[in-house]
Design a protein around this ligand. Sequence first.
Ligand SMILES: Nc1ncnc2c1ncn2[C@@H]1O[C@H](COP(=O)(O)OP(=O)(O)OP(=O)(O)O)[C@@H](O)[C@H]1O
Length: 307
Amino acid sequence: MTSATTVPAVRLSGVTKDFGNVHAVRGVDLELQQGEIVAFLGPNGAGKTTTIDMVLGLSRPSTGEVSVLGLEPRQAIARGLVSAVMQTGGLLKDLTVRETVEYTASLFANTRPVDDVLDRAGIAGIAGRRVAKCSGGEQQRLRFAMALLSDPALLLLDEPTTGMDVEGRRAFWSAIRADAESGRTVLFATHYLEEADQYADRIVLISHGRIVADGTGSQIRALASGRTVRVTLPGADERVTDAIASLGGVDRVEVRGDTVLVHAKDSDTVARYLLTETDARDLEITAKGLEEAFLSLTGDAAHEEED
Ligand SMILES: Nc1ncnc2c1ncn2[C@@H]1O[C@H](COP(=O)(O)OP(=O)(O)OP(=O)(O)O)[C@@H](O)[C@H]1O
């Protein structure tokens, strides 16, 4: 996959995008290899859609270069190498699922057979259903079927499961994953950490227009690994909190009334200290959830920026 002779599916180098004085993307370098399923994970306003729009050739970077399979994005689109599944719009409610795909197919010179893409998207069983009667998840699978007509090498999805229930989301992603086994490259934007972790091979975490982490789900979690030790410790003053903060691996100490919260990489040392050297009681240790890991990573990025 990483051999020098393989053209990356997507390559961004030094990409920035400004809208007036809004710096939506602030210098992104990223390479996606062919066949990878990559999640573009970030909070609202991180720059995900802006970046995807540039990969789709819908807008141009303010500075830097974007290429898709070694081509300019617009050239790649013109050759049918790229498709997108967007969140909303583009469906006629009175057509059936099959009619929608047939109509879309009629707009292209060459497409895969309609039955094939219905099957791939997992909606062959509801081909005769009117779009108006389809659930949000079924409509997204219909958009996915339409995107597959050109058999694109690269599929881009911008928050494709927003508003879907758990079952709709699961069905949608299992169709995407099964299809990607044929070697298609998939890049999807999401703000659901669980979704990125569960369905992507690789997570690119973006915050304030910059990439703040890039790795597998477990690597991303390990980056933000740590635990919170919570104790009841009335009257904890600065002398006490300074002593806790100076223990190895402690990231942060918070005092909330009689409760002290210690965020640390090494919770054992903290727990031992609190129970033996102070009057702390009711000790609880909790692992950082994915959501917290995410916040601490993107929070760090925000601090760096302020610095
Ligand atoms: N056309 C535009 N004009 C001005 N500002 C814009 C424009 N498009 C995006 N922005 C700003 O650029 C920043 C990045 O937006 P973008 O839509 O790329 O974020 P996102 O990560 O996709 O967020 P979300 O998860 O909310 O979709 C935001 O501050 C947004 O307000």
